[in-house]
Design a protein around this ligand. Structure first.
Ligand SMILES: Nc1ncnc2c1ncn2[C@@H]1O[C@H](COP(=O)(O)OP(=O)(O)OP(=O)(O)O)[C@@H](O)[C@H]1O
Ligand SMILES: CC(=O)C(=O)O
Ligand SMILES: [K+]
Ligand SMILES: [Mg+2]
Length: 592
């Protein structure tokens, strides 16, 4: 039994898209006028029909390859993964990754993780097997940080992730993170780190040193450094992981005494403070996107990365500029631009920056170096909420499990921090050093996974659905209709306790609107291109599938049910709500 609610306007004649069922199939047909004045011209019809007959026909004529179900019903993910989708040939008319598939088979819809996970790839994780282990462990997006490594190194990582996707059926997206032109240290002459002890005198200089690097020297990437600092300034490495006091300036060399000892990592960020506030006059002169960043961006476009994250964004202007640059250069492929919120200026212009971007990152590492640490949690909450209101995905990043760089278990405080980000309903959590150069990348990912799952479950059990008022975001009438449909569908899904929401979307927009509602059930997002599928992998609650579909929703649904059933991902009797952006409709049905 399927019940559907369809919205149409004169420009979208319903007769083009109505399910092709005999008139007698619609016993309960009525006309409703929505109260909202925006939709005073919208007519809705409530339809009800019995899909059983047609569905079983499709099933019978559909996949006879029941063996596939058998192959993939292996108990563990490892076994499932040994069967690459290319083995499946024609049956892989629907693309979904093997991990999701195994999870759905074993635990059903409710068990799927809603919070997405990003891993920064570095020396600890750049091998093909290591990348595969992360994908199996739930990595949705691989981040490469252009601050570190060579372009060739990054290219190899991208190529490996691609191969992983192709050979093993994953849809791991690639995010390229720009270096930005803030001040940072050099690469420590190849050393993994340098330890500064209390009271030691170190030299910070714009001179490039011969290798081996002289003892207790660090070079600085910013030419104006020696002119800008003053004796008495406080110099913070990595937002305060190590502190120095400037004691003397000798030409290009700045002598500093270590006041807070610690470990300095290659290319660590540097900030300097005078009379308790951050000195940022010069920083404000530096371009957000440096000439090296533009070359990296060209590289990212040529490589077809899925996301470009821009460091130290100050205004919406730079985002708009980059977006038009990408649009002019990357014919067809659509790279999403993520604004990293990590400076005082970005907080000042937060709304316009997020509005202009395709998503945002709470980059707590540098943010915590620019604003007092105790202000970071409220800034995080504000950014996460604003992104949700504006319908942009948001990533919470940095130091989530910092101690796991060295230890195999997280601290209780770290687990609480991860829980808080999940509770705030952020789209994604990101590992930095933990996965790039830590001792336990897979364990750190496993902690993010299990904490996300547990907190999400707790949230549903407690039924603590936040009463967040979601303002209209649609700019066209058609978008407003999509938005109303998604808001209603998500509400219906919660009230009816359905097993899943299905969304058929070519651009991904309607999937994002459903995700924004943070419904209790998972959202199966069907889309026609692999690039949209990868991009959807960043958004809360979306399980992206690639599927060719038509404008005929009835045939789409039947096709989906038969394909999912053949692979054991759904079963008869599961209750589903389906929406689509071709036919603006809501349909409620049991899987036949
Ligand atoms: N490609 C790489 N090659 C070598 N080391 C890397 C690489 N990517 C990351 N790292 C190491 O992992 C650490 C944490 O990575 P992360 O991406 O958070 O960088 P970051 O230097 O803190 O800068 P950002 O503010 O851009 O995040 C880095 O400091 C670096 O030591
Ligand atoms: C991720 C990042 O750039 C930061 O936290 O500073
Ligand atoms: K960066
Ligand atoms: Mg940063």
């Amino acid at each position: 039994m399927s019940q559907s609610l369809q919205f149409f306007t004169p420009s979208r004649p319903p007769y083009l898209t109505l399910p092709k069922l005999p008139a007698t199939s619609y016993p309960h047909s009525s006309v409703i006028k929505l109260p909202s004045k925006r939709h005073s011209t919208t007519i809705t019809r409530l339809l009800s029909s019995d899909l059983d007959a047609t569905s079983s026909q499709v099933l019978a004529s559909g996949n006879g390859q029941s063996g596939v179900g058998g192959v993939l019903s292996a108990d563990n993910v490892g076994a499932v993964l040994s069967h690459a989708p290319s083995d499946l040939g024609a049956v892989a008319a629907i693309d979904v990754d093997a991990v999701t598939e195994a999870e759905l088979k074993e635990n059903g819809f409710r068990s799927t993780r809603r919070t997405k996970l990003i891993c920064t790839i570095g020396p600890a994780t750049c091998g093909f097997e290591q990348l595969e282990a992360l994908a199996v462990g739930g990595m949705n997006v691989a981040r490469i940080n252009m601050c570190h490594g060579t372009r060739e190194w990054h290219q190899t990582v991208i190529e490996r992730v691609r191969r992983l996707n192709e050979e093993k059926g994953f849809a791991v997206a690639i995010m390229m993170d720009t270096e930005g032109s803030e001040i940072h240290m050099g690469d420590l002459g190849g050393a993994a780190s340098a330890k500064a002890e209390d009271g030691e005198i170190w030299t910070f200089s714009v001179r490039a040193f011969d290798s081996p690097r002289p003892e207790r020297t660090v070079n600085v990437n910013y030419d104006g450094f020696a002119e800008d600092v003053k004796v008495g300034d406080e110099l913070l490495v990595d937002g305060g992981m190590v502190r120095f006091e400037v004691i003397e300036k000798i030409g290009p060399d700045v002598k500093c005494r270590c006041t807070d000892p610690g470990l300095m990592l290659p290319r660590a960020n540097l900030t300097f403070w005078r009379d308790g506030s951050l000195v940022r006059e010069r920083n404000a002169m530096l371009p957000t996107i440096s000439s090296k960043d533009w070359l990296d961006i060209d590289f990212g476009i040529a490589e077809g990365v899925d996301f470009i994250a821009i460091s130290f964004v100050k205004s919406a202007e730079v985002i708009n500029h980059l977006k038009s640059y990408i649009a002019a250069r990357s014919r067809g492929s659509d790279i999403a631009v993520i604004a990293k919120i990590e400076s005082i200026d970005s907080l000042k212009n937060l709304e316009e920056i997020i509005q202009a971007s395709d998503g945002a990152m709470v980059a707590r590492g540098d943010l915590g170096a620019q604003i007092p640490l105790e202000q970071v949690p409220s800034a995080q909450q504000k950014i996460v909420q604003l992104c949700r209101l504006l319908n942009k995905p948001v990533i919470v990043a940095s130091q989530l499990l910092e101690s796991m760089i060295e230890y195999p278990t997280p601290t209780r405080a770290e687990v609480a921090d991860v829980s808080e980000a999940v509770r705030q309903r952020a789209d994604a959590l990101m590992l930095s050093g933990e996965s790039a150069m830590g001792q336990y990348p897979e364990k750190a990912l496993a902690v993010l996974r299990s904490v996300s799952l547990r907190i999400e479950k707790w949230w549903r059990e407690e039924k603590c659905r936040e009463a967040m008022e979601l303002p209209d975001v649609g700019t066209s009438f058609a978008d407003s209709i999509s938005e109303e449909i998604c808001n209603s569908a998500a509400k219906m899904a919660n009230n009816l306790e359905v097993d899943a929401l299905f969304v058929y979307t070519k651009t991904g927009y309607m999937a994002s609107l459903l995700s924004r509602c943070r419904p209790d059930c998972p959202i199966f997002a069907f889309t026609t291109t692999t690039s949209v599928r990868r991009r959807l992998n960043l958004q809360w609650g979306l399980i992206p599938f690639r599927l060719s579909f038509s404008d005929d929703m009835e045939s789409n649904l039947n096709k989906t049910f038969s394909l999912l059933k053949a692979r054991g991902m759904t079963k008869s009797g599961d209750l589903v709500i389906a929406v689509s952006d071709m036919l603006q409709s809501i349909q409620v049905m049991k899987v036949p």
